[in-house]
Design a protein around this ligand. Structure first.
Ligand SMILES: [Zn+2]
Ligand SMILES: [Zn+2]
Length: 131
């Protein structure tokens, strides 16, 4: 099962490098949670059949995972791919009817909610693809 190492950056100065997302060969699910209260991003993982933590271990607030509603924009695009992590949208696109293809260009506008400035401005770059 593949995954990515992401490099997250926001124009406000927020940076987070080497964030692992995906599923490892022993089926460990890796993702991250955005805590707007701590203004941080925390790496999360869960074992097969397990559950990801839903609250921040530091402050107890609800964590926003990248597949949650409202975790990224454009909202128009997220509505078509509910519960999808943004870096997987491109590969899921073939499931849409052909007339939806014009929505494809919205992929370039995908931004995650930044924990520091609270805006949809957090850019992600897939640094490494791992298996
Ligand atoms: Zn927190
Ligand atoms: Zn920001």
């Amino acid at each position: 099962m593949p995954g990515y190492t992401l490099n997250l950056r926001c124009p406000c100065g927020f940076r987070k490098k080497d964030v692992w997302v995906g599923v490892t060969e022993d089926y460990l699910h890796l993702t991250f949670g955005i805590c707007l209260d701590c203004k941080k991003i925390f790496a999360l993982q869960c074992k097969p059949g397990g559950k990801l933590p839903t609250t921040c271990h530091q402050c107890g607030m609800k964590l926003l995972t990248p597949d949650a509603p409202g975790a990224w924009e454009p909202a128009e695009l997220q509505q078509k791919f509910p519960a999808t992590e943004p870096w997987l949208v491109e590969s899921e696109f073939h499931r849409l009817p052909e007339k939806e293809a014009k929505t494809y260009c919205l992929i370039e506008d995908i931004r995650l909610l930044c924990p520091k400035c609270g805006k949809y401005a957090l850019n992600y770059k897939e640094d490494t693809l791992w298996d």
